[in-house]
Design a protein around this ligand. Structure first.
Ligand SMILES: Nc1ncnc2c1ncn2[C@@H]1O[C@H](COP(=O)(O)OP(=O)(O)OP(=O)(O)O)[C@@H](O)[C@H]1O
Ligand SMILES: [Mg+2]
Length: 262
């Protein structure tokens, strides 16, 4: 189904990617690679274009220019559900579950390429649809257990704390078996204990072979989990390398703190 990757070809390759909103160039010719098996970090000051870059990769926005290659295939401009089904999943900086529906119901809404989506299947093959629903429910419970949310399965999503919502975001993308997960500020607004749970879950998934690309402002999380680290400022990649190297890089320091005296 997928083109074979050569050992040197990254899982995700972005080249010359650009996106403008009117006269504002939010993403300005980005080149970057996410290698399979890494937890690649993406940092940069507010407004650097990080979320816009994720929106382009995940198909939420169409690029003005450039290419995105995932597992050897061009995906730029594809609709988000198609990209999701390829195994490239993203979470949102601001989670948006259906607040009245339970945690479990929110997960059951994740499109799993079920035949039940097509109304004639409900009519012609009700048995198959019921089987798929049972499978989706079992998968959802497994995922909730993994994300330390099993006790909240019947709770309306609107009653979750900020940290629990971040875990639900992660649970949502685990309904499929993603190859690459983009996390947009997973630790923001999350209490320290839940940050540990989240980090532990990310590292456990990583050990199982999931690759991550993570936007995060919490530098403790970045330094503990991410290698390499990519830094964006004003729509461009200004650094890619080790986290330690980023801390000492003059362009990175300038981007965060303004021009420093010699
Ligand atoms: N839909 C949009 N329409 C117009 N401008 C936008 C849109 N989305 C983002 N922008 C602008 O593009 C720039 C990059 O925004 P983006 O959200 O990608 O930054 P970010 O690096 O994710 O910042 P933060 O760390 O604050 O989340 C900002 O100037 C922002 O105001
Ligand atoms: Mg953002």
């Amino acid at each position: 189904m997928f083109a074979r990757l050569s050992p040197t070809e990254p899982l995700l390759l972005v080249q010359g990617l650009a996106k403008s909103f009117g006269s504002l160039v939010a993403v300005d010719g980005v080149d970057l690679a996410v290698r399979e098996g890494t937890i690649t970090g993406l940092i940069g000051p507010n407004g650097a274009g990080k979320t816009t870059l994720f929106n382009l990769i995940a198909g939420t926005l169409a690029p003005s220019a450039g290419t995105i290659v995932f597992r050897g295939e061009r995906i730029e401009g594809e609709p988000p559900d198609r990209i999701f089904r390829r195994g490239l999943a993203r979470t949102f900086q601001i989670p948006r579950p259906f607040p009245q529906m339970t945690v479990l119901e929110n997960l059951m809404l994740v499109p799993l390429a079920q035949s039940g989506e097509r109304f004639w299947n409900n009519w012609l093959r009700p048995g198959a649809v019921a089987r798929e629903e049972r499978a989706a429910r079992a998968r959802a419970m497994e995922v909730l257990d993994f994300c330390a949310l099993a006790e909240k399965a019947q709770t309306p999503a609107g009653q979750l704390s900020g940290g629990q919502l971040k875990l639900l975001e992660l649970a949502r993308v685990l309904m499929i078996e993603p190859k690459l997960i983009l996390l947009d500020e997973p630790a923001a607004g999350v209490n320290p204990a839940l940050i540990e749970t989240l980090l532990e879950r990310i590292l456990a998934l990583h050990r199982r072979g999931v690759t991550f690309f993570i936007i995060e402002h919490n530098m403790d999380v970045v330094m503990r989990a991410c290698d390499p680290v990519v830094v964006m400022a004003q729509g461009r990649v200004i650094y890619a390398g080790s986290g330690e190297g980023a801390r000492r890089d003059r362009r990175v320091l300038d981007a965060y703190f303004g021009d420093l005296p010699e």
